[in-house]
Design a protein around this ligand. Structure first.
Ligand SMILES: NC(=O)c1ccc[n+]([C@@H]2O[C@H](COP(=O)([O-])OP(=O)(O)OC[C@H]3O[C@@H](n4cnc5c(N)ncnc54)[C@H](O)[C@@H]3O)[C@@H](O)[C@H]2O)c1
Length: 270
């Protein structure tokens, strides 16, 4: 779709971790809906791929979401390249590969906590702080990527589940603090095969969730809808929440699109 058309025509969005997986799918769809995107991402290769795919509709900023300075630089890049900011998508995350509390040494727990909460919670908060003023000027919105683990156990281990539950608190409190000028919402997707990594402090920095979920069968078993979704299957709620017209009344909401809260019915007897 050409610039100027689409459900997000003319909007400027900032997506953290937009280089792969769900963040990349959100960027691709937002651009297809007529938006321009700025991406804060730590991987230079992934930023190169984005540039190749989208040219000047996407501005890449290499940096780390755990740095306030990098978040501020990303917002400044979005404002200077595209004239302002309409949506901030906090999305970069780490997983703990389902490690149970008692399966971790005290050192893994201590350092894994710092690293995982640094990205999943502090990263979202610093991004929100950096983006708030620019969003207020345009009556924009924030959208955080949470997870089924923000609402239920078993979507990760204790660190990931606690970090995503903290994301629900960020949504509730920031929606309150930033009203009425900025809407703040979240999308809680279920599992999907992406490049999602773990903390280096738990020796999981080079392991990808796709290594653990090589086929869709394991995902299907958790889904009430018998689905093994891809990242692209989850992007429509982001379009809805970013659109002022389509979600003018929505703030403080966590859209659970994971299909794991409703238990799956047992297979019929053969
Ligand atoms: N994959 C799943 O099963 C699943 C399920 C539910 C929720 N999620 C959530 O989706 C979000 C996106 O994850 P994904 O599955 O697409 O994984 P992904 O690894 O493919 O994408 C995350 C991106 O964030 C970048 N990133 C990581 N740490 C960063 C940092 N400190 N600074 C800057 N960039 C950083 C990575 O380079 C990567 O490009 C995460 O918040 C994750 O918790 C994933």
């Amino acid at each position: 779709m050409a610039a100027g058309q689409g459900r997000l025509a003319g909007l400027s969005v900032l997506v953290t971790g937009g280089g792969s997986g769900l963040g990349r799918a959100v960027v691709d769809r937002f651009v297809a809906e007529g938006a321009t995107a700025t991406v804060l991402e730590r991987s230079p290769e992934k930023l190169d791929n984005l540039r190749e795919a989208h040219g000047d509709r996407v501005r890449g900023v290499r940096g780390d979401v755990t740095s306030g300075e990098d978040n501020t630089a990303a917002v400044e890049a979005a404002v200077s390249a595209f004239g302002g900011l309409d949506a901030f998508v906090g999305n970069a995350g780490l997983w703990d590969f389902g490690r149970a509390a008692l399966d971790m040494s005290m050192a893994e727990l201590e350092n894994g906590y710092e690293e995982l909460f640094g990205v999943n919670v502090k990263g979202y908060l610093l991004g929100a702080r950096a983006a708030a003023q620019a969003l207020a000027e345009r009556r924009g919105s924030m959208i955080f990527t949470l997870s089924n683990a923000a609402l239920y156990p078993r979507g990760g281990g204790v660190l990931y589940t606690a970090s995503k539950h903290a994301g629900v608190g960020l949504v509730a409190q920031l929606a309150y603090e930033l009203a009425p000028r900025v809407r703040v919402n979240a999308v809680a997707p279920g599992g999907m095969a992406t490049d999602l990594r773990g903390p280096r402090a738990m020796a999981l920095g080079d392991t990808s969730i796709s290594d653990m979920l090589p086929t869709g069968d394991r995902l299907r078993r958790y889904s009430a809808l018998d689905l093994a979704p891809s990242a692209e299957d989850y992007v429509a709620p982001y379009v809805l929440l970013a659109s002022r017209e389509e979600s003018a009344t929505v703030t403080g909401a966590v859209l659970d699109v994971s299909a794991v809260g409703t238990p799956r019915r047992p297979d019929p007897a053969p």
